[in-house]
Write a protein of this length. Structure first.
Length: 93
């Protein structure tokens, strides 16, 4: 029975050097896939990993409790910062 491919309506074009294209083509051939399939598989997977990492904070329990405690603590009074924020800035005219 023939494989039915789903239509992919979006297109992605990139420019690469001949050397980069040759390396990608060799890697795709090593995995017995097309250049497009290779690039899509690897870039999509990397993008998902990157986005997952940026959306999470992982800390051991002890450090998580310290982090929450710091967030819940009242702000520290820093006189130099208070002075800086109460004086007109360079853009205030």
């Amino acid at each position: 029975m023939p494989t039915i491919r789903k239509s992919k309506p979006a297109r992605l074009n990139i420019r690469v050097s001949q050397h980069e294209k040759d390396v990608i083509a060799k890697a795709a051939a090593a995995l017995n896939t097309s250049i497009s399939g290779f690039v899509l598989q690897h870039t999509y997977s990397e993008a998902q990993s990157l986005l997952a990492e940026q959306g999470q904070i992982r800390l051991p329990d002890k450090k998580w409790r310290a982090f929450c405690k710091a967030l819940d603590a009242p702000p520290k009074d820093i006189p130099a910062l208070r002075k800086l924020l109460s004086e007109p800035g360079v853009f205030d005219g």
